[in-house]
Ligand binder design. Structure first.
Ligand code: AMP
Ligand code: MG
Length: 400
């Protein structure tokens, strides 16, 4: 049995580059950007008016002029219209390009307009007010978005602004999720008194969907010959095989022996952790990686978020910062295993991230996952954990 740290290290040694592809801008949300996005021109591209009102020459105001003849109305997108004398102004709208002969905007709120004369009612205006200057945010050819990050709505807006109709993104690994177990039936069937509907495979498929990956699914009975035959095909066809179930000590847990028969090199079996102790991990010489998670739903769930996602993000070269929270209650865990405690997160008035244990009834109690936001990793060499101590967390609930 190896430690959690060793398991993580071994998994990270198997990170891979799956290459890149160009996809339409419309389909890129949630994918991983593989190119820098540059400013195609200055941002803003011109001196941009930021309030609806009038544009005046500040010097005229300083010299005591308060009433201005409205020479023209200029909307956003129009060619700038210059004034010919200091007692003129342009009625101008937000988003319009500032004419060269004016240098201050006085918003409608501070003027009165009568018979095409605008009178300033406020005593103070400042030069350059309500103008967003050309190139103030970024200069042409500067990097706006760096590669190796998830494409978010904010990045979509940048891509749209610079006219990137397609984007270079990281290719996703091809993944098959395999459930195992004779007791598991399809969700649209009625279970007998001792059967259950399979759910882990749907959990994993949904979790991958949140990372813009469409995984295939397959189910295997607890029969070694069928397991070997079908697994062979999956190993040949997919970059990653994720299994749930069949890796423990049971009479019908045929997965580890089948994988070894198929020349999937075992990199570890069993990790000093709870849940998920029987986790099996291996690699085939042809490239396929096999994450074989224990079937208990909380174990599968934890292993996916604790290990698989770390592997995936590191393969995509996404920087991952470890997150931490403060334990909000004393907690005791006696076995010499690293405990991944289910926790509810909340922020204190001081801005601290507090973790309240919501333990549940073990690794079969997946209903309890609804109460939790994350796992907190408590070191195996200790048994008592005090309120106020800080430990790493693995967040799985997306805060929308
Ligand atoms: P195993 O790891 O195969 O011994 O399974 C451990 C427990 O997890 C058993 O109670 C299984 O019925 C349950 N289990 C295994 N796979 C799934 C699945 N895909 N969906 C729901 N429960 C499962
Ligand atoms: Mg089983």
């Amino acid at each position: 049995m190896i430690s959690v740290e060793e398991a993580e290290k071994i998994i990270l040694q198997q990170c891979k580059d799956f290459g890149t592809e160009i996809i339409s801008f419309d389909n890129c949300l949630g994918r991983v950007l593989a190119e820098d996005i540059f400013a195609d021109r200055d941002l803003p591209a011109f001196n941009r008016v930021t309030m609806d009102g009038i544009a005046v020459n500040y010097e005229a105001f300083e010299n005591g002029i308060r009433s201005f003849k409205i020479k023209a109305i200029q909307s956003a997108g129009e060619q700038p219209i210059d004034i010919n004398s200091d007692d003129e102004c342009i009625e101008i709208m937000t988003g319009a390009a500032l004419p060269q002969t004016v240098d201050a905007i006085v918003p409608y709120e501070n003027i009165e307009i009568k018979d095409k004369i605008a009178t300033i009612k406020t005593g103070i205006i400042s030069t350059k007010q309500y103008i967003h200057h050309k190139g103030k945010d970024k200069k042409q050819n500067e990097v706006l978005v760096e590669a190796n990050q998830f494409i978010t709505p904010a990045i979509i807006s940048i891509a749209a602004t610079v006219g990137k109709t397609s984007l270079l993104v990281k290719k996703n690994p091809t993944i098959i999720i395999i459930s195992t177990g004779d007791e598991l039936i399809e969700m649209d069937k009625m279970p007998t008194a001792f059967q259950i509907r399979r759910s882990n495979n749907y959990t994993l498929r949904a979790a991958l969907k949140q990372y813009a990956i469409d995984a295939d699914m397959f189910h295997l009975p607890d029969e070694s010959i069928i397991i070997e035959k079908e697994l062979q095909q999956c190993i040949d066809k997919y970059d990653v095989v994720i299994l749930s179930g069949g890796v423990s000590m049971g009479k019908f847990d045929f997965v580890p022996s089948a994988l070894e028969k198929l020349n999937v090199r075992k990199l570890f079996h069993k990790v000093q952790q709870r849940p998920g102790k029987p986790f099996w991990f291996g690699a085939h010489a042809k490239g396929a990686l096999v994450f074989a998670f224990p079937g208990n739903p909380v174990s599968t769930f934890m292993c996916f978020y604790r290990y698989f996602l770390l592997w995936l993000k590191t393969s995509w070269q996404i920087k991952t910062n470890k997150s931490y929270a403060i334990l909000n209650e004393d907690f005791v865990f006696k076995p010499s295993l690293q405990y991944l405690l289910q926790i509810k997160l909340q922020t204190s008035e001081k801005g601290e991230l507090l973790a309240t244990p919501v333990e549940g009834n073990g690794s079969g109690d997946f209903v309890n996952l609804l109460q939790a936001d994350a796992f907190m990793e408590l070191p195996s060499e200790r048994t008592g954990f005090k309120k106020g101590e800080t430990f790493p967390i693995f967040v799985f609930k997306q805060m929308l």
